[in-house]
Design a protein around this ligand. Structure first.
Ligand SMILES: Cc1cc2nc3c(=O)[nH]c(=O)nc-3n(C[C@H](O)[C@H](O)[C@H](O)COP(=O)(O)O)c2cc1C
Length: 176
């Protein structure tokens, strides 16, 4: 399949089969995350892999929209490092790029995934920091649920010509 198809066909998957993801596949996905672009190539991220059911249960207790962990094989918490980032706030953008790489790599390897938001909600950040015993300079950014999909979702139409401008805000790029 073409890379462009992988990008357009990736969907958030929230129901997974019993099949567990093997450690080589987890490594391949994490490798893709670590190949994301980052400001000044500082790679200010860390990844906490969750593969223990009691931990999945605890996450579902502290996050109101993480029920898909009920069937997930693994989850990854993408974290940003304030001491490694280029300047204030860069950790967020860099972790966003890493998270998207992670989702696309998972899809290309036949897995389903779902981005579950942590940052910027303060109460979620605090709860995850406590649960994972993160040092104070490491902030949880997003949780990614992973597993073999047990649901299929069609590609929706998302290209909106009116969102594209030419050489400034006033002129549409596409004029029929
Ligand atoms: C920052 C962010 C936070 C999200 N948080 C959640 C979440 O808490 N729970 C969830 O089920 N999906 C969450 N999602 C997934 C979105 O609902 C999903 O990406 C969106 O509906 C588009 O669908 P698609 O991913 O299938 O294209 C989140 C996505 C992003 C980017």
């Amino acid at each position: 399949m073409e890379v462009l198809d992988y990008i357009l066909d990736r969907r958030s998957i929230r129901r997974f089969s019993d099949q567990k993801i093997d450690s080589e596949t987890i490594k391949a996905i994490l490798t893709a995350a670590m190949y994301a672009p980052s400001a000044v190539n500082l790679q200010p991220w860390h990844f906490v892999v969750i593969d223990h059911w009691p931990m999945m249960e605890k996450i579902m207790e502290i996050h109101p929209h993480a029920r898909m962990l009920q069937t997930a094989s693994h989850a990854v918490v993408v974290c940003g490092d304030l001491q490694l980032q280029h300047d204030d706030g860069y950790w967020v953008v860099d972790c966003g790029a890493a998270t998207q790489n992670l989702l696309l790599a998972a899809h290309s390897l036949g897995l389903g995934s779902c981005w579950v938001g942590i940052h910027p909600r303060e109460e979620r950040r605090t709860a995850f920091s406590r649960l994972l015993s993160l040092p104070s300079h490491v902030l949880p950014f997003a949780l990614v649920a992973l597993g073999y999909a047990e649901e299929q979702k069609p590609r929706p139409e998302r290209f909106h010509a009116e969102k594209v401008k030419r050489n400034g805000w006033k002129t549409p790029f596409y004029q029929d």
